[in-house]
Ligand binder design. Structure first.
Ligand code: NAP
Length: 268
């Protein structure tokens, strides 16, 4: 068990739908380490589940914010300035692509689907960082969630892969500009995990099964493993790390071919 004490630290978590959400996996680790967290959610229908999840953690704050609606991010941060105060962490765990854009050919991506996907899934990280900037303490860690489809082709991931490439580049530029203020910006590239967002990706089950077969560890990575890296990256333990994309995928992305079933190492 990693011993990290985040008592007195505060973080904003954006994008928790339920206990399987990667945003919650990170939030839970931060909360258990003693941090106080504010959560932003897209729609009022998410609030009851967030209230249930955060009930054991006194001081949690819940605020509605649809990042695709003009003015809502600005309203979120002006509200946090008054009701929450300074930030030591920000976790951006938001992604969205219209169904049509992931079901059809990439060649047929509509301009409006391209724009919406990149706005919600990538621009929102930049806009959140800008909104948070006046609240960030020196040493703060900003974090987003990406996927290996930014680097290699996963059929049907389509425009979302473009958004993830933009998100990773955004991570590096934010790291550069916020570096002088002592603020770090990193991305976790998670392996395929069963969440609500994942369910809407056509062919997700084959992505999930393929990952387990090809990964060096011969299994899928877990939400808890993403959560632990998130805790590390937000905490002062990662004080020298910024602008990085770090994989939690059981070593899937290092493999050019599925593992040799005869194996090189004997499983214990
Ligand atoms: P999730 O639980 O469904 O979380 C995605 C969140 O994004 C939801 O809370 C969703 O809210 C929110 N969201 C979508 N559009 C929004 C908007 N306009 N404004 C505010 N919030 C919005 O799924 P997840 O898998 O944990 O996704 C979190 C991040 O991890 C995403 O960036 C995803 O691409 C990334 N990721 C996931 C995997 C995987 O296999 N699961 C792998 C690598 C990276 P609603 O519930 O209201 O729609």
């Amino acid at each position: 068990m990693i011993q990290v004490d985040l008592s007195g630290k505060q973080a904003l978590i954006m994008g928790v739908t339920n206990a399987r959400s990667l945003g919650w996996a990170i939030a839970e680790q931060l909360l258990q380490a003693g941090a106080r967290c504010a959560f932003s959610y897209q729609d009022e229908r998410q609030r009851p589940e967030l209230e249930r999840l955060t009930a054991p953690y006194a001081g949690s704050l819940l605020r509605r914010c649809d990042v695709g609606v003009e003015g809502e991010l600005e309203a979120l941060f002006s509200g946090l300035t008054q009701d929450f105060g300074r930030l030591d962490g920000l976790v951006h765990a938001i992604g969205f692509a219209p169904k049509a854009a992931m079901e059809g050919r990439f060649l047929d991506t509509a301009r409006s689907d391209w724009t919406l996907t990149l706005e919600v899934s990538a621009y929102s990280f930049l806009a959140a960082a800008r909104g948070a900037e006046p609240l960030l303490n020196r040493g703060a860690g900003l974090l987003t969630l990406t996927y290996h489809a930014s680097q290699q082709v996963y059929p049907r991931y389509n425009v979302m892969a473009v958004a993830k490439a933009a998100l990773e580049t955004t991570t590096r530029y934010l790291a550069y500009e916020l570096g002088p203020a002592g603020v770090r910006v990193n991305a976790i590239s998670a392996g395929a995990m069963r969440t609500v967002a994942a369910r809407s990706i056509p062919g997700f089950s084959s992505m999930y099964d393929h990952a387990a077969r090809t990964a060096a560890l011969q299994r899928n990575a877990t939400q808890e493993e993403v959560g632990r890296l998130g805790l590390f990256l937000v905490s002062p333990l990662a004080s020298g790390i910024t602008g990085e994309v770090i994989y939690v995928d059981g070593g899937q992305h290092i493999m050019a071919m599925p593992a040799d079933p005869s194996g090189v190492a004997k499983p214990s």
